[in-house]
Design a protein. Structure first.
Length: 377
């Protein structure tokens, strides 16, 4: 890839995009999944999942280091050849596309069950996708700068939420620690491993656009860890404030959690803060997935004008986000029985095989070049 012709973002903007992507829909999906799997030890499962997720991120960082100027799809072509590489890339494009639909559907389910109950999902999705479509059409630089501008607001709202929830908590709600043993903790860790860590390979589609090449891996790692820590801490707050018995029965405990804020019977019902934190991060996750889908398909089909895919992909996301997950019960079943398998395949197995192959190829090329030099001498 010719770095003089691509858009550029700073390492700080890249770190913020990784952070927002990591939180995204995860802030509403991960805490209840951890709590249901590990009960009082949900926060411990989160920490275990973070540790495993750090290993996943190191895998992606190694791929970025080996091919610093290539997107994920370019790396596939280098590793497997043009035909197989494009085929693998096409499957990845479909995976990222359906992930985009899933995240938009999450937002619609939340809004239609908690806030705008009588509003059809289609219109909520449309209002959400229009600014995303506009942002992606303006390019990655605009998305990166927008993340940098909105980050202080996001941080203030998040800190506000945490500071006013801590006094409402009781540490006895997380006792007994490891009361169910180690097995539920380990199995529950897959919740945070699947979302978001096994999805972070999508950020490799924008990693070549970072100005400071030496800072790419560090920015990626810090952003992913910060996002995971926030998810684990929100899970911890949910447990100490609401306890396992109540939070396990609620569909969106993170949102209900904010209703517990009560300062001198004056500051109450500020759950909109939790919704704002979630919607901000969700916006950037959808924007990144949408951008990766468009860029990926344009690379697969060798399109010079990438913008011609914007509206077809946008209309497709709008349609499938409404009809692919007809209700929350179907979505829960789909996530627990299907998503994990595909996430392991696309987020771990194929990247690991790709890294091994490309390192072997680089080693073979290095030996061959040394042999040529030796013969010349």
């Amino acid at each position: 890839m010719d770095r003089s012709t691509i858009e550029k973002i700073s390492s700080k903007q890249f770190r913020l995009l990784v952070l927002f992507f990591s939180i995204g829909s995860s802030i509403l999906l991960v805490p209840p999944a951890l709590i249901q799997a590990s009960k009082h030890d949900g926060w411990i499962s989160g920490l275990v999942g973070m540790a495993i997720g750090a290993g996943i991120m190191l895998l992606y960082m190694s791929m970025m280091k080996v091919c610093p100027d290539d997107t994920l799809f370019s790396i596939f072509e280098k590793s497997y050849g043009k035909i197989i590489g494009k085929t693998v890339s096409l499957f990845y494009s479909f995976f990222i596309f359906f992930l985009t639909c899933e995240v938009v559907s999450n937002m619609g389910d939340f809004m239609t069950t908690q806030i705008m109950i009588e509003t059809p999902k289609m219109y909520i999705h449309l209002l959400f996708l229009v600014p995303i479509l506009y942002g992606v059409s303006k390019g990655l630089e605009v998305i990166g700068r927008s993340a940098q501008v909105i980050y202080p607001t996001f941080l203030i709202l998040l800190v506000f939420l945490i500071l006013f929830l801590i006094p409402e908590g009781e540490f006895r709600n997380i006792e007994p620690v490891l009361g169910e043993g180690v097995k539920p903790v380990l199995s529950g860790s897959f919740s945070i491993l699947t979302v978001p860590y096994l999805e972070l390979f999508i950020l490799m589609m924008i990693a070549p656009h970072v100005n400071e090449r030496k800072e790419v891996g560090r920015a990626f790692f810090i952003g992913g860890l910060l996002g995971g820590f926030i998810l684990v801490f929100i899970t911890f707050l949910t447990l100490i404030v609401m306890g396992y018995s109540f939070s396990s029965l609620v569909q969106f405990p993170t949102y209900v959690l904010a209703k517990k804020i009560n300062i001198a019977d004056f500051l109450q019902r500020v759950e909109v803060v939790a919704a704002a934190v979630w919607i901000i991060s969700l916006f950037f996750k959808v924007a990144i997935c949408f951008y990766a889908t468009v860029i990926g398909l344009s690379e697969v089909f060798a399109l010079k004008n990438k913008k011609i895919l914007l509206y077809p992909v946008g209309v497709s996301v709008l349609y499938f986000s409404v009809y692919i997950y007809p209700n929350t019960a179907f979505f829960s079943m789909f996530v627990t029985e299907v998503i994990l398998s595909y996430s392991l395949l696309f987020g771990l197995v194929i990247p690991l095989c790709t890294l091994i192959i490309i390192k072997l190829k680089n080693k073979k090329d290095a030996i061959a070049s040394k042999g040529v030099e030796g013969n010349a001498n």
